[in-house]
Design a protein around this ligand. Structure first.
Ligand code: HEM
Ligand code: HEM
Length: 176
């Protein structure tokens, strides 16, 4: 399949929609009360799970879009920058997947009964299992912090292209 030279409208909508949802998701994650034994999820946790599942569905759709609509790297980039940006983009997909799946497993093993945005029952991946819950405890935090580090690197690189190299990389993901 031949690569396009620019990101299309759909790729840009996917990119910025997921950025906005991740901002909301981190804020809710840090604001919601700590988990303790026997607790039932409140409004913030219900929202966190619902936004999390939406992010997972969107990132999978976006990944299929990326595979079927490949975009060539900016032509002026040296090969080390092409390689490193490709690597970071792949890692971002993998880390969003890891963060959502570890969160979903953690919630499933607690045996919670939650609804998706108060619309219909939230689909859980497994039933109540305290031992499995203990085994994966902490993995969601590791995933969410690793994702944040790579988002930081990615944003830093975008800013360096915009203000230091002054090339068209940032423009490729902006509307228009
Ligand atoms: C990329 C998407 C997600 C991000 C960025 C994210 C982020 C966070 C953050 C920042 C916290 C607070 C933990 C801390 O104090 O460090 C948290 C906790 C939690 N999240 Fe997520 N989350 C995501 C997806 C999900 C999903 C899909 C689920 C479940 C369906 C989920 C379930 C939970 C649960 C149960 C907790 C509390 C237990 C724990 O801290 O491990 N999260 N998440
Ligand atoms: C303010 C925050 C952000 C800025 C300024 C930004 C900027 C950019 C730019 C300029 C590109 C195009 C790079 C190229 O020429 O190929 C890009 C691509 C990309 N960005 Fe971001 N980004 C941000 C946040 C995020 C976040 C939070 C994610 C996490 C999922 C992300 C994931 C990606 C991916 C995977 C690509 C590759 C294109 C694709 O596969 O769809 N970005 N970003």
């Amino acid at each position: 399949m031949s690569s396009r030279l620019q990101y299309g409208h759909t790729a840009k909508v996917f990119h910025w929609l997921i950025v906005a949802l991740l901002v909301v998701q981190y804020l809710i994650g840090w604001l919601m009360p700590d988990i303790h034994r026997g607790m039932q999820p409140g409004v913030l946790m219900t929202m966190h799970l619902s936004f999390g599942l939406s992010i997972l569905l969107l990132i999978m759709l976006r990944f299929v879009w990326r595979l079927t609509h490949p975009v060539a790297p900016e032509s002026s980039l040296p090969s080390w920058q092409r390689l490193s940006s490709e690597l970071v983009h792949w890692l971002l997909y993998i880390l969003v997947l890891a963060t959502t799946v570890t969160g979903w497993l953690f919630a499933s093993f607690r045996g919670w009964s939650v609804s998706f945005f108060y619309l219909f029952p939230f689909p859980m991946l497994a039933s109540d299992n305290a031992a499995a819950g203990r085994a994966i405890d902490g993995l969601h935090q590791v995933a969410e912090w690793t994702l944040l580090v790579f988002i930081g690197l990615h944003v830093l690189a975008a800013l360096v292209h915009l203000f230091v190299y002054r090339n068209g990389v940032m423009q490729r993901m902006l509307p228009g």
